[in-house]
Design a protein around this ligand. Structure first.
Ligand SMILES: [Zn+2]
Length: 285
């Protein structure tokens, strides 16, 4: 499996970069009763990719989430993290080689990590923050809510210099509860997609023919979006359902390629610009 997949849209190169693999409990991915059940579940999923997204925008390179690093496979890696570290260690398994870390793969693309202008973190879970070490000079953006109410993150693994810009969503948006314009050309916006964590956010690239929706962990797969299925790991199920409805209405209005972080088919959909089928049911259950 190639680790980098690329699409070009309106002169902008967009990459899916595979920064390793994670396994979760099956009850973590499917609807379930939450953390206690997930801890007790003996069944693991297959290896799921950890995608990092890179947009070579004319105003500067944007990296969405930062993937994993090889040290996560050391058995003592989570020991600094107290209860959240213990839970994380017991509900996730990782397969990561050093050459898959985002800093090395950016160089393969001819991009020096120090040249990255923006790093947008969809949320503060470890498989999204563990590549932060490559970006001490970037403008790192986290939603204010995520920063103030972290859920299931392991802050002792963050770089000591980590002090992101906390953003609010003050621009009005038809589908979401506000938006934050990232680029001045209006093509890249950040929207709140709460539920998986309190302050989860997603990034949208608005193209002339299709939009790309970088969804983080709103769902594990596109199928879950179509089925309006909230995953087992979710701090606020009602918020997660509202988020899925907002994304679904967005996708029905604009042809949109939906790209969750752990969907094995995300890169293929990026390359083929395969949009969410417009005819899926809108019935609210
Ligand atoms: Zn997560």
């Amino acid at each position: 499996m190639h680790s980098i997949h690329t699409a070009t849209l309106d002169g902008v190169r967009i990459h899916a970069v595979n920064c390793g693999f994670v396994k979760v409990k099956r009850s973590h991915r499917s609807p379930s009763m939450g953390a206690p059940i997930i801890l007790l579940d003996p069944f693991w999923t297959e290896w799921l990719p950890i995608w990092v997204w890179v947009i070579e925008h004319p105003e500067g390179v944007i990296v969405i989430d930062t993937g994993e690093n090889q040290r996560v496979t050391n058995s003592g890696y989570f020991d600094c993290g107290g209860a959240d570290g213990w839970v994380t260690k017991h509900i996730l398994r990782f397969r990561v080689q050093e050459q898959l870390e985002i800093g090395y793969q950016l160089k393969t693309l001819g991009i020096h990590p120090e040249a990255v202008r923006w790093v947008v973190l969809t949320h503060l879970h470890i498989d999204h923050t563990d590549g932060l070490k490559f970006f001490p000079k970037a403008n790192i953006l986290v939603s204010r809510k995520e920063y103030e109410q972290p859920y299931g993150s392991v802050p002792c693994t963050f770089p000591r210099w980590f002090n992101p810009r906390k953003i609010d969503f003050s621009q009005s948006n038809k589908h979401f509860d506000g938006a934050y314009p990232l680029t001045s050309d209006g093509r890249v916006i950040i929207v709140p997609t709460h539920g998986h964590s309190h302050g989860h956010q997603s990034v949208i690239f608005r193209g002339s023919t299709v939009d790309f929706f970088f969804a983080g962990d709103t769902t594990f797969t596109e199928q879950q979006l179509l089925d309006r299925q909230v995953a087992g790991i979710c701090v606020d199920k009602a918020a997660a359902r509202r988020t899925l409805d907002a994304i679904r209405s967005y996708c029905q209005e604009r042809p949109t390629v939906y790209l969750p972080t752990h969907d094995a088919r995300s890169a293929e959909r990026l390359r083929n610009r395969q949009v969410v089928p417009a005819h899926f049911t809108t019935t609210l259950r």
